[in-house]
Design a protein around this ligand. Structure first.
Ligand code: MLT
Length: 248
């Protein structure tokens, strides 16, 4: 597959934010991946009618915007609701009754941090990806004929399994449309093909670190929800400081 410039379009996977600077971000669409739970919450809130989501990378900024604007503020740190905020990162709490027509200001430990790193690196475009909107993400990336970086939010720069699995799921669906020369992508797809029939069971079997953390907080329902494919299948673009559902 060749882009307008006749150059082959590439598909790469970045397993940790600490590696993002090694990739050609400014010529790529960057997919922000934070399966447990930021990008799953983002897909769910927008699917359920949120007007937009403002991703911020500090709790202080989130609280400040909450005082200045008519918005709902939410945030998580270390898997728990952030101090000073009322709502956290549990996707299922963003029901249509609660979120429809509202704007959500959201800050999380890794997901919103990575989004701001991709912005700072001058990403050509930014979308968010989760199992909740897997098909919408794959259809878009194939249609755009642009270089793609599947960027895993990981956990405080340490590679995690669930984000890597999602990258593998995307690669397994769209790889034939791209030129590939990325071992991280090979690792991701190989892992996904092992796990795809029981994603929850795989995280449990491997005792995945954030799986353990969230199970420790009694959040099994969140994990199962975030591993469900296409339960909030909307395409989410970052535009003018906000995450919004793409207009058709
Ligand atoms: C994150 O940003 O790391 C996650 O969203 C954390 C979480 O929700 O538990």
């Amino acid at each position: 597959m060749k882009a307008e410039s006749n150059k082959p379009i590439t598909l790469n996977t970045c397993l940790s934010p600490s590696l993002l600077h090694l990739y050609d971000v400014s010529s790529s669409i960057v997919v922000i991946i934070d399966i447990l739970r930021a990008t799953s919450t983002i897909a769910t809130a927008l699917y359920n009618g949120a007007r937009s989501i403002i991703p911020v990378d500090s709790v202080a900024e989130c609280i400040k915007l909450g005082k200045q604007m008519d918005v709902i503020t939410a945030g998580e740190r270390d898997g728990k609701i952030a101090d000073g905020l009322k709502y956290g990162n549990t996707p299922s709490q963003y029901t249509p009754e609660f979120i429809k027509g509202n704007t959500l200001v959201l800050t999380t430990t890794n997901g919103t941090r990575l989004l701001h790193m991709a912005l700072a690196e001058g990403a050509l475009g930014i979308i968010t990806g989760s199992f909740c909107n897997l098909s919408a993400v794959c259809d878009y990336l194939t249609s755009q004929k642009r270089n793609v970086i599947l960027a895993c939010a990981a956990w405080k720069d340490r590679v995690n399994i669930e984000d890597t699995l999602f990258a593998g799921a995307v690669i397994s669906r769209i790889k034939n449309n791209f030129q590939q020369n990325c071992d991280a992508s090979q690792i991701a797809e190989t892992l996904y093909l092992q796990a795809k029939d029981d994603l929850f069971g795989f995280l449990k079997e491997k005792n995945a670190s954030h799986y353990q953390r969230l199970m420790g907080y009694g959040l099994e329902e969140d994990i199962r929800y975030c591993l469900t494919i296409d339960n909030s299948n909307v395409l989410i673009l970052y535009e003018s400081g906000r995450l919004v559902v793409a207009k058709n």
